[in-house]
Design a binder for this molecule. Structure first.
Ligand SMILES: NC(=O)c1ccc[n+]([C@@H]2O[C@H](COP(=O)([O-])OP(=O)(O)OC[C@H]3O[C@@H](n4cnc5c(N)ncnc54)[C@H](OP(=O)(O)O)[C@@H]3O)[C@@H](O)[C@H]2O)c1
Length: 331
């Protein structure tokens, strides 16, 4: 079996285009001592991928030119030179954007397909789920009865934040792009209201939806929506900086938030986090989310696309809002 890989050909400026990548067939890799050969069944597409393409200091080194694009993935072991894994085992880890991944056994973990299919292990049971859980409960320190506002609320992280906050006894207002996404957020995820940020200015609609102010604002998008939410903070509010996708393709033109002094007025705080810092506690979050899936109180929505060669175009949908729920590519 040949491998097929997506490698970084050129660092993009703005939205990555087809010339950002080289897609080619390559000989199948052979596992060395301690390594495992995995057939990739599902690849996680993440907004952070854009940041990994840029030179410079971040929380993780950039993908090198010529390297296989970094990605979380899930698949089946074909061959193993690590005694912890055997052919046929289902696993997940940093498998990259390719059909066959040769990885160190210590960098992957087993997954149980009787609990959830491959794509769900990359969604609510994967990094997106862990991000929602620790961002809301640890960084946001959310309490029952509080009003929680979530941006990109129809997405992988945001959709779970909405549901976890509702289950926790909060009043939840989502912000999402378009009526279809707002229906998903209210009807399936159970938000009390959802503001369509494509329908008009967010600030007045949000103000009407949170008459008592916002206790927790879970921000996935940054920019103008962050600024609008920050004008509506309640006393001792927490602003959780999870991401700022509105700026990922153009950081140079980000302005503000101009009204950050509202943190002072409201004795509020704003705090960013990187989910990897919670790795030791993932089992705790996974157990809580798996319980919710089993009893039906959590709905998982995945947007699964087929074809490794479609990676360049499918990735850009994260930045244009084309995905409903967790975006996954089946190679
Ligand atoms: N801190 C961490 O450790 C960590 C870990 C994982 C993810 N994240 C962050 O979490 C956020 C959500 O990630 P995800 O994987 O769940 O992606 P996602 O929400 O499933 O997909 C991205 C969504 O962002 C929205 N969006 C894109 N451009 C926008 C803009 N200019 N203004 C407003 N909304 C825009 C779109 O939804 P609409 O159509 O609704 O606009 C799009 O569908 C990202 O910021 C990501 O970087 C952080």
């Amino acid at each position: 079996m040949n491998n097929r890989t997506v490698r970084l050909a050129k660092r993009p400026s703005g939205l990555p285009g087809p010339d950002t990548w080289t897609i080619a067939d390559e000989p199948a890799p052979a596992p060395a001592e301690g390594e495992v050969l995995v057939e990739v069944k599902a690849i996680s597409l993440d907004p952070a991928m854009r940041g990994w393409l840029d030179e410079g200091k971040s929380y993780i080194p950039p993908v090198g030119l010529g390297e296989v694009m970094r990605a979380s993935g899930a698949g089946v072991v074909l061959a193993s030179r690590d005694p912890r894994f055997a052919p046929g085992d289902a696993v997940m880890g940093g498998l990259g954007v390719q059909r066959l991944a040769c990885v160190r056994g210590r960098d992957i973990e087993p997954i149980d397909l009787s609990v959830a299919p491959f794509e769900r292990w990359l969604g609510v049971l994967g990094i997106a789920g862990m991000t929602a859980w620790f961002g809301l409960f640890d960084v946001g320190a959310v309490q029952p009865g509080e009003t929680v506002v979530v941006s990109a609320a129809a997405g992988a992280v945001g959709g779970l934040v909405v549901q976890l906050a509702r289950r926790h006894g909060c009043r939840v207002v989502g912000i999402a792009g378009g009526p279809g996404k707002c229906r998903l957020v209210t009807e399936r995820y159970g938000a009390d209201a959802c503001i369509d940020h494509r329908a008009g200015p967010v600030r007045p609609a949000l103000a009407a939806a949170v008459p008592g102010g916002i206790q927790v604002y879970f921000d996935n998008v940054g920019g103008e929506i962050l600024e609008a939410a920050m004008t509506l903070l309640a006393r001792r509010a927490r602003v959780v900086i999870c991401g700022a996708i509105s700026g990922y393709n153009d950081f140079a033109s980000i302005r503000g938030p101009r009204n950050y002094l509202n943190l002072l007025v409201q004795r509020a705080r704003m705090e960013g986090f990187v989910v990897f810092d919670y790795a030791a506690r993932y089992p705790e979050a996974r157990a809580g989310i798996a319980d919710g899936l089993a009893d039906g109180s959590i709905t998982a929505v995945e947007d699964v696309r087929d074809g490794l060669d479609r990676f360049p175009e499918v990735l850009t949908e994260l930045y244009t809002g084309g995905n409903f729920g967790k975006l996954v590519l089946r190679p």
